[in-house]
Design a binder for this molecule. Structure first.
Ligand SMILES: Cc1cc2nc3c(=O)[nH]c(=O)nc-3n(C[C@H](O)[C@H](O)[C@H](O)COP(=O)(O)O)c2cc1C
Length: 197
């Protein structure tokens, strides 16, 4: 006998995500990511989900960005998907870890050269004061890499994996009788409960 339930929140997410990919006109993989400073001050932004499996949900970014600084100090994040065409929302909360170097290298290598150069050039989330500062740094980076056939992945650019311990699946119902199903990690399995809308 196995303790693993027949349907996991990952299976449920996969089902909803497949529906969203068929129904959403743009970017079904867009999700908001909330992080917080060590003393609990929150911040939120959109990113793109690039992979998910039973280990967690992966997005790529600059590790020296604001979110990178916050995740270094407080390695927990919350994700939220809202698929308007389905009237569905999924919330996910968990610890974060950096993806393996092999995963990050493979994803970076799959991007077009222009995106690789922009990711390399941009000190994400840092301020600039001259109007053409980004153009300049982009040109310098292009020149530096002109003879390099394969743009190397910068050490400051990689992926975070959010490893869920809570999922909430929310579905709109008439008269605000919305359905909210929460999964919480419990040992090797998951407990479920419904919340009032
Ligand atoms: C739809 C959408 C998708 C985005 N995807 C990403 C992404 O995958 N990675 C990323 O670093 N920024 C992405 N961004 C930009 C972020 O929202 C944000 O501006 C940037 O990561 C800097 O955030 P921070 O200063 O809080 O670190 C996306 C923005 C939008 C609107």
């Amino acid at each position: 006998m196995s303790d693993v339930p027949l349907s996991t929140p990952f299976d449920e997410f996969a089902r909803w995500f497949a529906e969203a990919k068929a129904a959403e006109p743009t970017l079904p993989e867009a999700m908001s990511v909330a992080t917080a400073t060590a003393d609990g001050s929150p911040s939120l932004r959109m990113v793109l989900l690039k992979a998910f499996d039973e280990r967690g949900f992966v997005f790529y970014t600059n590790f020296e960005s604001r979110k990178g600084d916050e995740l270094a100090a407080n390695p927990r994040a919350a994700l939220c998907f809202h698929w308007k065409s389905l009237l569905k929302q999924v919330r996910i909360e968990g610890r974060t870890e950096e993806v393996t170097k092999a995963e990050a290298d493979a994803y970076f290598a799959s991007r077009v050269r222009g995106s690789q150069i922009a990711a390399t050039a941009s000190p994400q989330s840092r301020p600039y004061h001259e109007p053409d500062a980004f153009e300049k740094i982009l040109k310098q980076t292009e020149a530096r890499l002109a003879d390099v056939a394969t743009v190397p992945r910068p050490t400051y650019w990689s992926g975070y994996r959010v490893m869920p311990d809570v999922f909430e699946f929310w579905e709109e119902r008439p008269f605000r009788l919305h359905d909210r199903l929460v999964y919480r990690r419990a040992g090797q399995g998951w407990t479920t409960e419904r919340l009032f809308p």
